[in-house]
Design a protein around this ligand. Structure first.
Ligand code: DHB
Ligand code: FE
Length: 287
């Protein structure tokens, strides 16, 4: 049977991709961000999964106001890096895992979650920046990401967005789906986006270190309680784009302790301000 062995949480910021792609990663400003991922790159090499189930949000790149799925699962064989207005990132094409993705879609939809099935999707910084942070820079021609990835897109851009409570329950359904797949796959689930940031309006530039760190504490120790937080609290305390953090609850809901198992081991925790307009948070939990 397939198993979820660990969850990874990380912010995404387009400028992090640009820093890597334009050779600026060594600059002091960016060094302080990338330093938080040095451990993680070694950890991922040692705990290489067979598949990553990567929860992310599209930023009006693959989807637009014409079509807004709340939850969308990628069942394709591959996903090209998206052109977000300055050309596609020079990173490898993402290979999918259609068999496991189709199985999860089947299982989770039968458990009454409405997923959109996506057979064609370009993936934006929401997906490629977390991969770059965890895997390091990859040559688009000769390199490859370490394993297949199932992209799982959540609408946190256009209201109404899903609640943390629903995301947490969805994570639990994803865990059951993975565990009923009949192949001995080592699966990691990643929750991405956040932490506090606001890109627009009078409060643009908002960062809330105290709230972010409390969120990390509760993500680790009290995820069920954290899942009860209404979305207005995210927006008020963590800024309009801080709502991206509900995606972390999908990954957290898939961990063993939520299903009655042992508490996860905190392999790594990192927090840094600033990266572009965003507070960067990062946690690795092992089952
Ligand atoms: C920034 C952060 C985001 O999450 C995003 O999607 C776009 C920009 C930023 O910090 O600049
Ligand atoms: Fe974003």
């Amino acid at each position: 049977m397939a198993r979820i062995t660990a969850s990874v949480y990380t912010s995404h910021v387009p400028a992090i991709g640009a820093a890597l792609d334009l050779g600026k990663a060594h600059e002091p400003y960016w060094q302080k961000v990338f330093a938080g991922y040095e451990y993680s790159k070694g950890w991922l090499r040692e705990h290489r999964p067979d598949v990553i189930f990567l929860v992310f949000n599209d930023h009006a790149t693959a989807f637009s106001l014409e079509m807004i799925p709340t939850f969308a699962i990628g069942t394709a064989a591959s996903y090209a890096p998206a052109d977000e207005g300055w050309g596609p990132r020079p990173v490898p094409v993402v290979q999918g895992h259609p068999e496991l993705a189709s199985h999860i879609a089947h299982s989770v939809i039968q458990e009454d979650f409405d997923l959109t099935i996506v057979n064609r999707m370009d993936v934006d910084h929401g997906l490629t920046v977390p991969l770059s942070l965890m895997c390091g820079a990859q040559d688009p021609q000769t390199g490859a990401w370490p394993c297949p990835v199932i992209p799982f897109a959540v609408n946190v851009v256009q209201y109404p967005v899903p609640s943390g409570r629903r995301c947490f329950a969805l994570g639990q359904a994803i865990r059951r789906a993975v565990e009923s797949f009949d192949a001995p796959l080592n699966v990691q689930i990643w929750g991405t986006g956040g932490m506090s940031h606001q890109l627009q309006g009078p409060r643009a530039g908002l960062i809330n270190r105290e709230w972010d760190n409390r969120f990390l504490d509760r993500l680790i120790d009290d995820p069920a309680g954290l899942a009860q937080l209404p979305h207005i609290d995210y927006v008020r305390e963590a800024g309009s784009e801080g709502i991206e953090l509900v995606m972390w609850l999908i990954a957290r809901g898939a961990m063993a302790d939520v299903a009655g198992g042992a508490k996860p081991r905190v392999a790594h925790r990192f927090y840094h301000v600033p990266a572009s307009n965003t507070a960067v948070g990062h946690v690795i939990l092992e089952n």
